[in-house]
Structure formats: structure tokens, C-alpha cells
Design a protein. Sequence first.
Length: 155
Amino acid sequence: MKTKPILAAAFLLLSFSLSAQTERGTVFLGGNPGFGIATSRWNFFLNPQAGYFLHDNWLLGARGGLQLELAQRADDTWKTSFLLRRYDLFTRYYFLPEKKWRPFAEVGWRWDRSFDQSVYAAGGVAYFPTPLISIEASLQWHAYLDGAPSRIGVS
């Protein structure tokens, strides 16, 4: 029974790309899902992303963060809200072309729903099981422009 939580966690850490070719002129589409559950609150996340390869292995893209929240009120009714949590502009470079495992570096600018801004740098690896699909994982570092402490995250 312990394998279900492990598989769910692994699924949430991965991003899926629907266009795995990294040649100039290729369109990049992808995203990753997520969820969080507490006693009186359920959150579901979807982070779609799209981009365009300006040159071989060099991507310019945008990413959004959508959230559906179900929160239980004091009178036992549920409130539903749909939020645009954040949006990013980013650029990414893939190394080791023509390999199934391709490391990448990414930098970007993020705005969140309270209009806080951050710049971030990420490093990761993309696995290309087929020419049209990649599975990615990355480690990110965010520096907030309002002076808030920097954060490290996994995606």
C-alpha cells in the first residue's frame, strides 16, 4: 500500500512535454498537475507551459499556474474558487542534443497572484522516451525582488 503515495509523489514531481524535439522552429507544449489535501481544504493545480525554439536547443516560453480550491466554510458548505496563481516567462537551453537524457538550464521571471516578483534559475534533466515526449525534473532557486528570503524547490 505504500507504493501509491510514492507513485503519486513521483508523478507530481515530473513535467510532461508534448513536443520533445528541440530543433529550431519547433513548438513546445507541456505542463504538470498537482494537488493538496487538508481537513477542510482541497487544492488542485495545473501548470500549463508553451514555448518556441528560437534556435536548436534554445527555448523561449511562458508558464501559468492555475489553482482550483475547495474550502469548507463554518456552516459546512463548500466554497469553490478558481485562481491564476502565477505566470512565468522563461528561457531554457538543452545540452547533449540527440541523446535520450538531456540536461537543461533555465532562467525566468515570475509574477504571482499578489504581484510579488521573483527571478529564478533552474537546472534539470529531460528524458526523451520517444521523439515527441519528454519527462522532466528540475531543481529551482528563486530570489524574490521584494526582499523576501530566497527559496529552493523541486519541479
